[in-house]
Design a protein around this ligand. Structure first.
Ligand code: CU
Length: 203
């Protein structure tokens, strides 16, 4: 065999050995991205489940009103079918009434419970009512009672009473004035605000 023939054979062997080494190195690298790819898929799945969480907001229900004389009609009932000391089945500040600033609230209060109750609107300066709501702020309206008897007297079960008052911008309670009844849960909130254009309630 000539020298050139030997040289060609050496080159072929050397080239083959190099190719085997090159391929082996490549295959060992190929295993690298595979787990990384699986990891990326796992993260994508997690992200898609977290974007579907719904947000909840309280339902707004409209109240009857007459815009010509800026009056909101508030029908409040202490239900015999609900837990005692309720207004329309709610208690402890749950019911929120929203009215435009300066509008008049015309209340019709009906008592269905066995106990006597009354209905007051209070410009409050405490967070929650105590036994005498007259000590928690200024009473703006007396329905079914009087300024001198609200701690003891209201209307009996089956009776109704009405009253009205205009409310400047502010936050108020509506509550029962009989001693301890508001503290037992018989109160809600009225928000009078210039940012409210149509009366509504939540809760
Ligand atoms: Cu009461």
């Amino acid at each position: 065999m000539s020298r050139i023939g030997i040289a060609i054979l050496v080159l072929i062997f050397a080239g083959t050995a190099f190719m085997i080494g090159f391929l082996a190195a490549n295959f060992s690298m190929v295993t690298y991205p595979v787990p990384a790819h699986n990891k990326a898929e796992f993260i994508t799945t997690t992200t898609s489940t977290s974007t579907t969480a719904p947000t909840t907001s309280p339902t707004k229900d409209m109240l009857p009103y007459d815009s010509s004389n800026k009056t909101v009609f508030l029908d409040i009932v202490s239900l015999s079918s609900a837990t005692p000391f309720n207004f329309n089945g709610t208690s402890n500040g749950q019911l929120h009434v929203y009215i435009p600033a300066g509008w008049t609230v015309l209340v019709t209060y009906t008592n269905q419970e066995g106990l006597s109750h009354n209905f007051l609107i209070v410009s409050n300066n405490t967070a929650t009512p105590g036994d005498d709501v007259g000590q928690d702020g200024t009473i703006k309206l007396y329905v079914g009672t009087t300024p001198s008897t609200y701690l003891d007297n209201g209307i009996n079960g089956g009776a109704s009473a009405t009253g009205s008052v205009s409310l400047p911008a502010g936050i108020y309670w509506f509550c029962c004035g009989i001693e301890g009844h508001a503290a037992a849960g018989m109160w809600g909130v009225i928000v009078s605000s210039s940012s409210v254009t149509t009366p509504y309630y939540t809760g």
